[in-house]
Write a protein of this length. Structure first.
Length: 489
């Protein structure tokens, strides 16, 4: 073999090696966590990250007489690290050890005077600083929780529980969430107090449950408007407010938002009356009638990526006139066709120049906030709340929001600091890669910050204590029964 042949062979081998190296470089290793934006160092530092996050909020749990921050730290860990039965006793026992019966934690949540609003105000200010004026959206909605009786603040029979799909004894909270890009986080909440709770015969009950004497009756839309005003005062940037039809049907709320120059996309019922030409010359028709007209044009538009591919729905848009509290207003009517013959409707005060794409984007965003609500309920422990007092509800809501903000901030930072390879989506054959979920962050935290495990002796003592408490409770009930019998005699 001559020198030229050797040179050609060398060049060929080198070219193959370069091609192989290039292939290795261009094709990410999907089994490597770093490929998915999860470098080992970042995961290992997650407990330190949580402690640093906590240090920013710790001063808010110091009252004039006591530093309650240790209890707040335990409760925050319970939201993020405990999997099930996140009641006071189980959180305290799981985080602190079997000797903690949860009494201190219960007092901290139910009676300590620390301000829940100060916590959510700080969350809003921190989000404002992070976004630097970039607009997300605010979404407010209600969340009912079924209760067995009227012993919790403030339950009322006859409230519609949308989650259960029926009228039931429920406790209803009005929640405000912030959404920007892949991030959704709860930023405020108000407990709805039904008008019946302000009757004179409920005064003693209000005092027992710690309902502030200055609280008066406010509708759910009024509570939502208060939260929007607080968000503005805290400098939280948002381009629009979104709400479902319970709130969207309120002419007063839409008028208040419009007068405050806040863009809204408000879901409305199908029988909402609109005018295609200005009243009084024009004749009204229902939104559903316009949606079913032969000349109504629906545009197929991408809603969101799903595991089965892109979800596309039809959207129709029309500038219409409405009558709000006796005054004529011009709004967008946006109709979404979810399936043949199944529509949802919204009104918006967005400018006439707003593109169809932007209107459709605002119309479809509540899906992501629904996902965030489910995360708060199932993953962060909102549904496990069992306390009775008004203050406990406020405190639980604030600490759940705090846990939500820690997860959201982690998602935000890691997406920027540890971006995924641009070739990963192409390699996986998808357009959009799944975002790091709340459950993902919690799983990583549980692995890097494991909970203490009970020894056999500790477990046996815990069970013995549980049996002792049950026996003592039974003895107390028997004594009460005997006293009642003697009184009857």
């Amino acid at each position: 073999m001559g020198p030229l042949d050797l040179l050609l062979e060398f060049c060929g081998s080198f070219a193959q090696e370069v091609a192989l190296m290039a292939k290795r470089t261009l094709v990410p290793d999907v089994s490597d966590p770093t490929t998915w934006g999860l470098p080992e160092q970042a995961v290992e530092n997650l407990p330190s990250r949580l402690r640093g996050f906590w240090s920013r909020f710790r001063p808010g749990f110091e009252t004039r007489t006591r530093d309650q921050s240790s209890n707040a730290w335990v409760y925050l860990q319970g939201s993020l690290r405990v999997m099930t039965e996140r009641n006071f006793a189980n959180i305290a026992r799981t985080v602190n050890g079997p000797t903690d019966d949860g009494q201190s934690l219960q007092q901290f949540m139910s009676d300590s005077p620390w301000s829940a609003k100060a916590v959510t105000d700080q969350i809003q200010r921190e989000i404002a600083a992070r976004t630097q004026g970039r607009g997300g959206v605010l979404v407010f909605d209600e969340s009912p929780d079924e209760k067995d009786g009227d012993g919790s603040a403030p339950t009322c029979r006859g409230q519609h529980n949308g989650r259960l799909g029926k009228v039931e004894m429920s406790q209803v909270g009005v929640f405000l969430a912030y959404h920007e890009g892949p991030i959704s986080v709860g930023v405020d909440a108000e407990l709805y107090l039904p008008q019946a709770w302000f009757e004179k015969d409920r005064k003693e009950k209000r005092e027992q449950l710690g309902i502030p004497p200055e609280r008066g009756f406010q509708t759910k839309t009024q509570l939502g408007w208060r939260m929007i005003q607080r968000a503005k005062a805290n400098g939280l940037p948002f381009e629009a407010v979104l709400c479902d039809e319970l709130y969207g049907r309120s002419e007063r709320l839409r008028r208040d938002l419009d007068e405050a120059q806040i863009v809204y996309m408000a879901e409305v019922p199908e029988n909402t009356r609109v005018y295609l030409t200005p009243p009084p010359a024009g004749k009204p028709l229902e939104a559903r009638q316009w949606a079913r007209r032969a000349d109504t044009l629906f545009h197929r538009m991408r809603v969101r990526p799903t595991e089965r591919g892109d979800l596309e729905d039809g959207f129709a848009f029309r500038r219409v006139w409405t009558v709000r509290e006796g005054a004529v207003a011009q709004e967008w009517l946006v109709v979404r066709e979810h399936a043949p013959g199944r529509y949802s409707y919204a009104l918006s005060n967005a400018s006439p120049e707003t593109s169809r794409e932007d209107l459709a984007r605002l119309k479809r965003l509540p899906y992501f906030l629904d996902r965030a609500n489910q995360d708060a309920k199932s993953v962060l422990g909102w549904d496990d709340f069992r306390a009775r007092k008004y203050r406990a509800w406020e405190h639980h809501t604030a600490l759940t929001a705090l846990a939500s903000w820690f997860v959201a901030e982690t998602q935000w930072d890691w997406a920027q600091s540890h971006p995924r390879s641009p070739d990963l989506a192409r390699q996986m054959g998808v357009k959009v890669l799944p975002s790091l979920s709340v459950a993902n962050v919690r799983e990583l935290l549980r692995a890097t910050m494991p909970l203490p495990r009970l020894s056999r002796e500790q477990a046996a003592r815990l069970v013995a204590k549980h049996l002792f408490n049950r026996s003592r409770s039974t003895r107390s009930r028997l004594k009460a029964q005997r006293r009642n019998r003697r009184r009857r005699i």
